[in-house]
Design a binder for this molecule. Structure first.
Ligand SMILES: [Zn+2]
Length: 841
């Protein structure tokens, strides 16, 4: 069946997968490896849930030793993780981890695919995961990936029978993969996809088991493995000078935001695969047993296989270009085969091999890294052939339709350089991750074009196509426009060429808290992305709030320049929250996006367009005490948040914890995981407990139960557990409605537990001595009530409070109830201080 979209779709995937990174300049040995790969027609799809779940040893082995097309389907982009290298979280972390996966695949030779599922945070059970994801949509995307990639073999990282014993996303990835294995071949399932892909039946499916599914290395070694397929992954590749585990470690080390730097090993190593669908390979050494992975697989493929085998056997490492005539012959034959899947893939791979054999270098660089729709950009083009082969540059066709006719011989090592200009269409779409274009849900990205689903990145369609005649055939090479510059320290630096809006604006603070009715001045920074920008700016705001002036003019002369405007925002009398969004009017257009740039050395420069809005919160909050000492732990934004509501917060270094320092404060707050990460706190508990005894408040936020550096966390016995409540909307019961924490100075109600994000809390204590009073009870579905989220004990004249509630997550999101409850924790026992009202009277 002829699929008009298929070719376009597949060519998009292959042309742009390595976009805007430094161009690959393969060595003679690497070219040889690619030629070997041209002769293998088999595919493996590895399936798991997150960036970093994938087994890079197995992926690298399949791609480099077996020579199979190998892809990793990560259901999510890892938005919910932690970031060890910067401040990006959520959507922006997902962008970084997407690029880290691409960097990893560039090293291990795999390809990368995704679904629309969003990594919304931890879930305990696949039922919970699949209720938050749109199960049908994610299943549809896994089926789509299978139909598009056409794997012979599917390997799941996780066990579909592991519900409840690992992250719900993990088990879900295996469950959906098992289901999709069967559905992908069923014409009646997701029939809309069949406009651009065919049905597909994979041959067999495995679960990539490992010792950790058995509890320990010893148990795994002792286990009966007769039903498992063993794969030796300790290969050594002389052409690359690396062992397979060394490549796998380099690949794994690309996950820098996760801190997954990894050291490679050498020597024999085995991976075990448990068959979960299809039949076991009879040949113990061939996972593709009973699958034809030669060119005979394709009708008309036999002579191609013979030709390419000859190329492989006669490959001249000193002069790869000697293979050109045979490679072109093979290329011509491939154009005649019917199988559009293999035709597209192998044509593209072969074209790349041909270019590499000749040292053919083609580049199109813009003189700026950005342009706006309707704009014009100057281009520098370069074409050079570094072989003795006679080839001719026929023409260069730009994506705006400009046809630069050349008919120039590309003579040995003679660089051809041209200048041109490209027009950016008025309708050109902005360069931004496609999955963030529309507002999604907690569990799903919202992608409206089927053909974008699954792609790792937004295709870049500002390009130049070089048409080159060689041995009677014209081969077309399409290159995305890039930008490159010289950095005095780093040398040559490549950046993607981006289409951006004419103007972008932002407010520095994502959340602005108004703890009383005082007005605040808010800075709006407007950046011109073209010359001579003129217009005006208004601040959209919620009802009941006032902003002055109503509008301000903006006039910026040069591209890249910024102008700062100050607006006064007046909050309402009562508690209220909403969004503050700068709207920049230029002519008839209104611009409402901000540009976020992500710049790290290990991934390509990223430009992300996000809604330009800040949350504003008018809190109805009372507080007692003013001076807070903060002892930092693993890092959180709690001190800044407390400052926003008017506390005077001082960071106390562990070495400065003395009775004298502490006594200046009304309360001391200990940052998250401080007793896991700050060794110096080992010897400071006595001073902290003394501070409480003499009337101070000590608030300790969550620590994990493993690796606590002190013997005694609290003045009374207290034991941490792994209990957590991951549902941020879980019902909260007041165990002790009269507790001061729920009444003073703020009356806490159910409303204060609305609008929480990601989770309620984690690592709650599960045992405590009678001196502690538990205040709240909550639990995830199907679990017993947990009462350790907030505990208070009187000690001497003061109070010790331990809380696993996730204030560190709620504060940066401006969750009002979290602020009110925390203010009560800091105010306990401070009745003697006069109330605001009394002071005013
Ligand atoms: Zn994971």
């Amino acid at each position: 069946m002829f699929k008009p979209y298929l070719l376009l779709l597949i060519s998009l995937i292959y042309c742009f997968s390595a976009q805007a990174q430094k161009p690959k300049k393969p060595t003679s040995s690497e070219i040889y490896q690619s030629i070997e790969k041209l002769n293998f027609l088999g595919s493996v799809l590895y399936v798991a849930a997150h960036p970093d779940d994938e087994n890079t040893k197995l992926i690298s082995h399949m791609a480099n030793a077996v020579k199979a097309r190998t892809a990793y389907l990560s259901l999510t982009r890892g938005d919910g993780g932690q970031n060890l290298i910067g401040t990006e979280l959520g959507d922006l972390l997902g962008v970084i981890r997407t690029q880290e996966l691409l960097a990893a695949r560039k090293i291990d030779g795999g390809e990368q695919l995704f679904t629309r599922a969003n990594d919304f945070g931890y879930s305990k059970h696949p039922d919970e995961t699949l209720a938050i994801w749109n199960e049908d949509e994610v299943l549809s995307d896994v089926v789509w990936a299978i139909r598009k990639f056409q794997p012979d073999i599917i390997i799941n990282r996780f066990d579909h029978r592991s519900a409840g014993s690992t992250h719900g996303h993990h088990t879900s990835s295996a469950l959906l993969s098992m289901e999709a294995f069967d559905l992908a071949s069923d014409k009646s399932k997701f029939p809309n996809q069949l406009k651009s892909v065919d049905v597909w039946q994979a041959k067999r499916e495995f679960f990539n088991t490992s010792w950790w599914f058995y509890g320990s290395q010893e148990k795994f070694e002792a286990a009966d493995k007769t039903g498992q397929f063993a794969v030796e992954v300790g290969d050594f590749y002389p052409a690359l000078g690396l062992s397979n585990p060394e490549i796998a470690a380099l690949s794994r080390s690309a996950h820098k935001s996760q801190g997954f730097g990894n050291t490679g090993t050498r020597g024999s190593e085995t991976e075990y695969l448990e068959l979960v669908k299809g039949d076991m390979p009879k040949d113990k050494n061939n996972i593709f047993d009973d699958i034809d992975t030669s060119w005979n697989r394709v009708k008309g493929g036999k002579p191609i296989g013979i030709l390419l085998k000859e190329v492989q056997d006669n490959y001249d490492f000193k002069n790869p270009s000697a293979s050109l005539p045979k490679l072109i012959e093979a290329y011509k034959l491939i154009q005649k085969i019917d199988n559009s899947h293999w035709k597209t893939i192998k044509s593209e791979d072969l074209k790349n091999v041909i270019a590499a054999c000749m040292g053919l270098y083609l580049e199109v660089a813009a003189n700026s890294n950005t342009a706006t729709p309707n704009g014009k950009v100057d281009l520098n083009l370069e074409a050079i052939n570094r072989s003795a082969q006679d080839i001719k540059l026929i023409s260069i066709v730009l994506s705006d339709g400009t046809n630069l006719k050349k008919n120039t011989d590309l003579k040995f090592n003679q660089s051809q350089r041209f200048k041109s200009q490209i027009n950016i269409a008025a309708s050109a779409s902005y360069s931004t991750p496609y999955w963030l274009n529309n507002k999604g849900t907690l569990g799903m990205y919202n992608v409206d074009q089927q053909n974008l689903i699954g792609l790792p990145e937004t295709p870049r369609n500002i390009t130049a196509t070089f048409n080159i005649s060689m041995h009677g055939e014209i081969l077309s090479y399409t290159r995305p426009v890039i930008y490159k510059t010289n950095d005095p320290v780093k040398g040559e630096v490549y950046k993607p060429f981006e289409i951006v809006p004419e103007v972008s604006a932002y407010i520095s603070e994502p959340v602005i808290i108004f703890a009383d009715d005082q007005q605040k001045d808010i800075q709006v920074i407007v950046k011109a992305n073209r010359e001579n920008l003129e217009g005006f700016v208004q601040l959209a705001h919620p009802k009941g709030w006032n902003v002055y002036p109503e509008k301000q003019n903006v006039a910026i002369l040069h591209k890249g320049q910024e102008q700062t405007l100050v607006f006064t925002v007046i909050p309402p009398k009562n508690q209220s929250e909403g969004l503050l969004s700068p709207m920049v009017h230029i002519g008839k257009e209104i611009y409402t996006k901000k540009i976020v740039e992500i710049n790290y050395d290990h991934i390509p420069f990223q430009t992300v367009l996000l809604p330009n809005e800040s949350k504003i919160v008018r809190l109805d909050i009372k507080k007692r005490g003013e001076n807070i000492g903060y002892i930092e732990g693993a890092g959180d934004l709690v001190p800044e948040s407390l400052r926003q509501i008017g506390y005077n917060v001082v960071i106390i270094k562990p070495e400065n914890i003395t009775a004298e320092t502490l006594n200046r404060f009304d309360a001391i707050v200990v940052g998250i995981r401080a007793y896991n990460t700050v060794d110096a706190l080992k010897f400071k508990q006595k001073q902290l407990f003394d501070f409480v005894e003499q009337g101070g408040n000590l608030v300790v936020q969550y620590n994990t139960n493993a690796g606590i550096i002190v013997d005694q966390l609290a003045p009374y016995p207290l034991q941490l557990s792994r209990d957590r409540v991951t549902n941020e909307n879980a019902e909260v019961k007041f165990l002790n409605p009269n507790s001061e924490l729920l009444n003073y100075p703020n009356k806490i109600t159910q409303k204060d537990f609305e609008g929480w994000v990601q989770e309620r809390g984690l690592y709650f204590p599960n045992k405590w001595s009678k001196e502690f009073t538990p205040v709240l009870s909550m639990h995830d579905e199907g679990e017993s009530p947990q009462e350790g989220s907030l505990l208070i004990a009187k000690y001497g004249k003061g109070h010790y409070i331990y809380t696993g509630l996730s204030f560190f997550r709620e504060f940066p999101e401006g969750v009002a109830g979290a602020f009110r409850l925390f203010a009560n924790m800091l105010s306990v026992g401070k009745e003697s201080i006069k109330t605001d009202q009394q002071l005013k009277n």
